[in-house]
Ligand binder design. Structure first.
Ligand code: ADP
Ligand code: MG
Length: 441
């Protein structure tokens, strides 16, 4: 068992044996630093935590490791080396509400499935993991929701950590960075903040698009960025869109982000989806035959997160109903797709939901005005009424204020085309369908 897996197993076990509050306070920011023959060294974020761990949790920690590895082990807690003396007091009182997340060892480059829609991003991640700070800096990964950006980013972090256990790595969402910065401003304690974001070898910032419009944060991040890159510390950034499409982002940041390597990730194709399902099954010790995986992969075309959700849902249904995991049973469970449910809706319900979603009036939707705010919802309704409710284009035209059937065909096909290429439309359609499927129950 490698260290990452060992640590992950340990966390899973101890999580179920102590209170969530204590787990979070004492173990979430603790890391497995090294394993010697019968000694395990854990690195902890502060002297305060060290004291508590030694006093209250040493025995339990040793017991759990013993259960996992099957032999007696000694556990030693150490405070992380980058802890410098003048910051101890700050850490002790923990004045800054830190939003920095823990580097979840579950997401690795090894269990990231590579396919044609993510292979460039993966190759870049490998290069960065092997030579942090020197190959591509920053690495800027962008793509729609659920395509694997956060997984890849954590994979980079975990790979670097296992190769260089002493490296200081900070992983944070852009909101985390913002919140930490605001807390630092309020408490006037910049020591911890600067140490966390500037005193590192690797900085991983997730979902940077949320920097949009936040001037103070952007200014601080600009300086953070410059300091890190001048030290050749690796910076990895993810975003749901490329820098030039992020509104209200300073030009100097855009140009910094574009100065390294930008790679995009897209929705996984069918074969990759099957492979992802295989990996997820294996991780949870579940076995589903290829035929079942193919069915599930074919039923979810949106993204890897939805795919995983569907897998979990099918596995749970099989379990609850005590069904064998056969192709027939999986097919039957999948048969109850949202499409099948949506057909029972009335056109009125669809129109109401879509208007609600876009916050427009029904008379705007059925009326003659061709402004952008009304046209997309109108086309969307045409698409749903045609594809999901199987209404004729003539009927749809009639419902939508007496429009010609060719107009309806045009609107329906427009959405069809957009879904294939445009992330925003994909997202809207998924959300609207979700809203609709909740009223069919
Ligand atoms: P994003 O950050 O792009 O929204 P995530 O990284 O959170 O997406 O991925 C969503 C889920 O899908 C995660 O559980 C992740 O492990 C899984 N996933 C996405 N892409 C892959 C992949 N290529 N291989 C394995 N798992 C993946
Ligand atoms: Mg993410």
């Amino acid at each position: 068992m490698d260290n990452l897996r060992l640590w992950h197993k340990f966390l899973q076990t101890i999580k179920s044996e102590i209170s969530p509050v204590n787990f979070k306070a004492y173990f979430l920011k603790t890391l497995l630093k090294s394993t010697l023959e019968d000694k395990i060294i854990l690195s902890v974020p502060s002297a305060f935590i060290l004291e508590t761990l030694n006093r209250d949790y040493k025995k339990l920690t040793e017991d759990i490791f013993e259960r996992i590895v099957g032999k007696k082990v000694m556990v030693e807690f150490n405070v992380k080396e980058f802890e410098n003396p003048e910051s101890k007091e700050e850490d002790f009182f923990q004045p800054v509400q830190t939003q920095t997340s823990y580097l979840n060892p579950k997401y690795t480059l090894e269990n990231f499935v590579v396919g044609p829609t993510n292979n460039l991003a993966y190759a870049a991640a490998q290069a960065v993991a092997q030579n942090p700070g020197t190959s591509y800096n920053p690495l800027f990964v962008y793509g729609g929701t659920g395509v694997g950006k956060t997984h890849l980013m954590l994979g980079i972090g975990n790979a670097i950590l296992s190769k260089h256990p002493g490296f200081k790595i900070t992983f944070s969402s852009s909101e985390g960075f913002t919140n930490d910065y605001v807390s630092a401003l309020q408490t006037k304690l910049f020591g911890i903040f600067r140490k966390r974001y500037r005193g590192v070898d690797v900085l991983l910032i997730d979902d940077i698009q949320f920097f949009s419009g936040r001037e103070g944060t952007q200014e601080e991040f600009f300086h953070t960025f410059n300091e890190l890159s001048s030290k050749n510390s690796q910076i990895v950034i993810t975003s749901d869109r490329p820098p030039y499409e992020i509104a209200k982002l300073e030009d100097r940041l855009k140009s910094r982000f574009q100065g390294g390597l930008m790679v995009d990730m897209q929705i996984p194709d069918f074969d990759t989806r099957v492979a992802i399902l295989k990996t997820k099954c294996a991780q949870q010790n579940n076995i589903l035959e290829e035929g079942c995986l193919n069915l599930i992969a074919a039923s979810v075309e949106t993204n890897a997160r939805d795919l995983e959700g569907k897998l979990t849902q099918i596995l749970q249904s099989l379990k609850h109903k005590s069904l064998e995991p056969t192709v027939e049973n999986v097919r039957a469970l999948l048969g109850k797709k949202e499409e099948a449910k949506l057909i029972s809706l009335s056109p009125k319900q669809v129109i109401t939901q879509v208007c609600e979603y876009f916050n427009i009036k029904q008379t705007d939707l059925t009326g003659p005005r061709r402004v952008k705010e009304f046209v997309l919802p109108r086309h969307l309704v045409m698409h749903i009424l045609s594809e999901q409710l199987n209404l004729t284009v003539e009927k749809i035209g009639e419902i939508l204020g007496g429009r010609d059937h060719t107009t309806v065909m045009h609107g329906r096909d427009k959405i069809k085309k957009l879904i294939a290429t445009d992330r925003e439309t994909q997202k809207i359609l998924i959300e609207v369908r979700q809203n609709l499927s909740t009223i069919t129950y």
